[in-house]
Design a protein around this ligand. Structure first.
Ligand SMILES: [Zn+2]
Length: 264
């Protein structure tokens, strides 16, 4: 269930994690198939963290981006109608690359990327990179507050490169940082954000352009939204998502098996 806090009782919902109201079709499909095929996830409990390539923070984002690869369309479901969100952290909580393997069952696999070899040279250790025609897409995850259902709740904003670049730019600007500004000691206004995306068809493919701009707390009434109270914010902060729950990393051996099957 959603990590909603009720504005009536102001009591946080103590909920067990289930993937959040997905903000995109791809992700919805993804979680749905994960639920349908629990048996296909033999390695769920033995995550290979030693080669985990999901890292948080802008440092992680820039490091991943520098490695190249392109994003082939953001799966994030933000509509053409602007909506208000608030960031709960100044940085993304996970940055990783995703292989999208079309077919039955599960389709999303985290890329293992590269590792330094004995000579300090970066070598690719991801079996799926060998068989996937496309480069794995960069995925950047943020904990944000969604106000669209009335009561504020924590959801995961899944961003690709285009949207992440916009957020990163705002995060570098004094006037709009930190992006999760709340209760600033110098009295700077709390920050909320309006986000939307426009769709365009180019060469038979759908592309999305994301837009995100800061909104000061005092301007929220134009959106018919009450600013968060400190208590509400604290309750939401207690429900943050983490890379551990949001980014599944399969052992390399499992990916090798999958890659062998795809190559066969
Ligand atoms: Zn890969």
């Amino acid at each position: 269930m959603a990590r909603t806090i009720s504005r009536r009782s102001a009591t946080p919902t103590a909920s067990q994690y289930t993937p959040e109201p997905e903000t995109d079709d791809e992700a919805t499909e993804r979680t749905a198939s994960a639920r349908r095929h629990p048996a296909r996830t033999p390695s769920q409990n033995k995550r290979d963290t030693s080669t985990s390539s999901a890292t948080g923070g802008w440092g992680g984002y820039n490091a991943e981006k520098k490695k190249g690869g392109k994003s082939y369309g953001d799966p994030l479901k933000v509509s053409t109608k602007a909506q208000i969100i608030a960031f709960l952290q100044s940085d993304p909580f996970a940055v990783y690359r995703e292989h999208w393997i079309a077919g039955e069952g599960r389709q999303s696999y985290t890329c293992h990327g590269t590792e330094k070899d004995a000579k300090g040279k970066e070598v690719n250790i991801c079996p799926l990179c060998e068989v996937d025609q496309k480069k794995p897409a960069l995925r950047v995850l943020f904990n944000v507050v969604d106000f669209s259902d009335g009561d504020p709740k924590v959801v995961v904003l899944r961003a690709g490169v285009q949207l992440s670049d916009l957020i990163y730019d705002w995060a570098q600007n004094d006037k709009s940082s930190p992006i999760d500004r709340f209760g600033d000691p110098d009295g700077k206004p709390d920050l909320y954000w309006s986000i939307k995306r426009l769709e365009k068809q180019t060469g038979g493919r759908t592309k999305y352009d994301y837009f995100i701009t800061p909104v000061k707390d005092r301007d929220l009434d134009e959106w018919d939204i009450e600013p968060l109270t400190a208590e509400e914010r604290d309750a939401l902060m207690a429900n943050l998502f983490t890379a551990e729950t949001q980014v599944r990393i399969d052992p390399v051996e499992d990916l090798e098996e999958l890659a062998d099957g795809l190559a066969a």
